[in-house]
Design a protein. Structure first.
Length: 336
């Protein structure tokens, strides 16, 4: 009886230890808002989610396991992008989101289209990569300037996207309102399909190159990209300071054998100030470890330009604070 009692006590003790360990390893779910599957936010967000995850029970990093935050399960969610993501982060409906710098600044400060509607909880983890504005046209077609789009069927990206906010500002500067075009609110994949079918005369999309939906469009039906003049780029930069002159190199898309001058804006990784400092510190640290470097280099081509050396580019001028957890990491790493 004593032997059985000892076994029973040991078994109960083991269950208590196991329960305690399970409790200590309870998963923390972390949702990252991205964009449409045909854009760049979604695949990059997937790489980041994988990099910062280390589910309960996973092998330790130094034993070949995942090198993320212990117990964290991050998930990339397809959304309508910047505006939606920032709104959801502000409201606690997403833990993080990818968003363009111009939209994030306006939403945080309550300026521009968001005049009087501040989103004060937005905080930055990192500047990621430049998003080039693509003005896509059917193969063999061209325009001299945005003014030539008047009366055309134009894809302006989906509602809730940073692209649409910027495009409407740009068109307005050339004297075009939504009433002057047959505007289509579509994601990147839908826009490419409509252009291929002859249902659109042009469409806009800001994303890191190469964009999968455009790669497919270029290789199947062909396409052209509008190259902005120096004067037009200067005009856009004055209108939207976050959009700076950039270039899409020749050969990025099949058949587009010329450099395309275009405006570009930075893509940011955003969280809420409400997130625990220790958690964000761990996420930022995981974002820049050697394992993540391999994932970024071998994932989407834009991953190669996501580096700690450029993580703080433009932060002083942006006016949106770093999250304290991210700030702590950058200080310890000697980057801030």
């Amino acid at each position: 009886m004593k032997f059985r009692s000892t076994i029973r006590a040991a078994a109960i003790g083991g269950l208590i230890v196991a329960a305690t360990a399970a409790s200590a390893q309870s998963p923390t779910f972390f949702r990252i808002g991205t964009g449409s599957a045909g854009g760049t936010y979604f695949p990059i967000g997937g790489v980041i989610a994988n990099a910062i995850s280390a589910p309960p029970g996973a092998r330790p990093c130094d034993q070949g396991g995942q090198c993320g935050v212990p117990g964290l399960i991050a998930i990339a969610q397809s959304t309508t992008a910047s505006v939606f993501n920032n709104t959801a982060v502000q409201n606690g409906e997403l833990e993080a989101g990818m968003a363009s710098a111009d939209v994030t600044r306006d939403m945080f400060l309550g300026t521009g289209k968001f005049e009087g509607r501040e989103f004060p909880k937005l905080r930055v983890i990192a500047n990621l990569y430049p998003e080039d504005m693509h003005l896509v046209l059917p193969e063999g077609e061209s325009v001299d300037s945005l003014a030539d789009l008047k009366g055309k069927r134009v894809g302006i990206a989906q509602a809730g996207s940073g692209t649409q906010v910027a495009v409407l500002q740009m068109l307005d500067a050339w004297g075009i309102t939504r009433d002057d075009i047959d505007a289509a609110e579509l994601n990147n994949t839908q826009s490419a399909e409509r252009l291929a079918d002859g249902q659109l005369d042009a469409y806009f999309y800001a994303a890191g190159t190469p964009v999968s939906a455009m790669v497919q469009l270029a290789s199947t039906r062909g396409m052209e990209l509008h190259s902005f003049s120096d004067e037009d780029l200067a005009k856009i930069n004055e209108l939207i300071p976050a959009y700076i002159p950039s270039s899409i190199p020749a050969g990025t898309y099949e058949g587009v054998d010329y450099d395309t001058a275009t405006p570009a804006v930075s893509a940011l990784l955003i969280v809420s100030e409400d997130l625990d400092e220790e958690l964000v510190y761990g996420i930022t640290k995981a974002l820049w470890n050697d394992n993540t470097r391999k994932l970024l280099d071998n994932g989407h081509p834009k991953g190669k330009v996501i580096t700690p050396d450029t993580a703080l580019d433009g932060m002083d001028a942006l006016g949106v604070p770093l999250h304290p957890g991210a700030e702590r990491f950058y200080k310890e790493a000697g980057l801030l």
